[in-house]
Ligand binder design. Structure first.
Ligand code: CUA
Length: 295
């Protein structure tokens, strides 16, 4: 809110000067047109008073803006006590998030309303920039360094996350959603929701871990459509034919770049230390249940 006031103030101030200067230019150009034949008085070449005026006034205006902006920024750097600590790791081209109890998600960020949310962020490869416009926060995510970002949501809902630093081909796909939930819902979400069958649990993980982002089944998806892949024959990048069985699915989740199907690049992150054996079995149960038509 305070940032918005600052921002609008800047817009109004700049508009006043821009339009003021342009109107004066046009007015004077018209007034002293040659055709009007107006008497152009001999212009004084120097005016100390005038020059001091248009130096000193803008100087203090800009200095005022500087202190106002610095004060807002310094205040932002002063993190509130407590709150929720969350880790974020950026990678071309996804956001991996880990909550304090070990729950993970990719691209999505689930947070409770009304509490300070504090992110500790780093990058696995190049410079990225975590940007949540609606929270008025944006912070570079730098390889080999931790950066911090915090915000406090005031209402529930789903909001955009962007990467705001050009980081390669799919920079514009490096987007996500912040889901602001009530504190009770967030606690439930952290617990992983009510107990489910392996297939349902797998489906939940599939969304929670962000698998769905790449394996959406859409034409422009980064990863293969998983419908009907179980038991299907494929050709690997090595040229070998291969049947996708359970062991292949497990390996593809844990050591995702080991066997790549022809036509795809090894983009997928490894989930080796992120999933328990049970999680993997649940995910496989879910993938096996996908019987729709593959594109
Ligand atoms: Cu990551 Cu742009």
């Amino acid at each position: 809110m305070r940032l918005d006031i600052y921002y609008y103030f800047l817009v109004v101030l700049c508009s006043i000067f821009t339009f003021g200067i342009f109107f004066t230019m046009i007015y004077l150009a018209a007034k002293y047109r040659k055709i009007e034949g107006v008497d152009r008085p001999s212009v004084p070449l120097e005016s100390l008073v005038l020059e001091l005026t248009w130096t000193i006034i803008p100087f203090f205006m800009l200095l005022g803006l500087f202190f106002w902006g610095t004060w807002l920024y310094a205040d932002y750097l002063n993190e509130p006590e407590g709150g929720v600590e969350i880790d974020v790791v950026a990678k071309q081209w996804m956001w991996k998030v880990q909550h304090s109890n070990g729950s993970r998600e990719v691209n999505d960020l689930h947070v409770p309303v009304g509490r300070p949310i504090k992110l500790t962020m780093t990058s696995q490869d190049v410079l990225h920039d975590y940007y949540i416009p609606v929270m008025r926060v944006k912070q570079d995510v730098v390889p080999g360094r931790f950066t911090r970002l915090w915000f406090e949501a005031t209402k529930t809902g789903e909001f955009h996350i962007f990467c705001a630093e050009y980081c390669g081909t799919e920079h514009s796909y490096m987007i996500g959603t912040v889901t602001v939930m009530t504190q009770e819902d967030y606690a439930l979400w952290l617990e992983g929701g009510p107990k489910k069958s392996p297939q349902e649990a797998g489906e939940f993980l599939f969304t929670q871990m962000g698998c769905i982002t790449c394996h959406s089944g859409r034409k422009d998806a980064r990863g293969p459509d998983l419908n009907g892949i179980f038991g299907a024959e494929v050709t690997l990048t090595t040229g070998d034919p291969f049947t996708r069985d359970e062991e292949y699915l497990r390996e593809s989740i844990m050591e995702s770049t080991k066997k790549i199907v022809d036509g795809y690049t090894p983009l997928m992150p490894s989930f080796k230390n992120q999933l328990t054996d049970e999680d993997v079995m649940n995910l496989i149960a879910y993938v096996k249940s996908l019987k729709g038509e593959s594109e």
